[in-house]
Design a protein around this ligand. Structure first.
Ligand code: FES
Length: 108
């Protein structure tokens, strides 16, 4: 599959996750304070919670339910109770378009 348009760069607010679905794959798109754009699976690995409803701090995304923080770079949980990583995706920027192939999980 080729990369699909997830959203516009101009739609993203700093540190405010945007939930999108690409070909049935839910993910949270995050523009962090450094201006970097990340795509991380939307489902917390601890429970059935949308990570797009969580809180961004630096390059991490915190699940609001029980406080596990996930690295936006690797998807790895940085604290319990979650212990399984969330997939992260390669993001390409083309003009104002945020492009992601939902079938390709970033190797970290
Ligand atoms: S559901 Fe996310 S930390 Fe518990």
């Amino acid at each position: 599959m080729t990369a699909l348009r997830a959203c516009g760069v101009s739609e993203l607010e700093l540190d405010t996750p945007l939930r999108v679905e690409l070909d049935g794959v839910a993910m949270a798109i995050v523009k962090d304070a450094a201006g970097d754009i990340h795509a991380i699976g939307d489902r917390c690995t601890h429970g059935d919670i949308s990570l797009a409803e969580g809180f961004v701090e630096g390059d991490t995304l915190e699940c609001w339910a029980h406080g596990s923080r996930f690295s936006l770079l690797s998807g790895k949980p940085l604290n319990l109770p979650a212990y399984e990583p969330v997939p992260v995706y390669v993001v390409e920027i083309d003009g104002d378009d945020v492009l992601i192939d939902p079938t390709v999980i970033k190797e970290v």
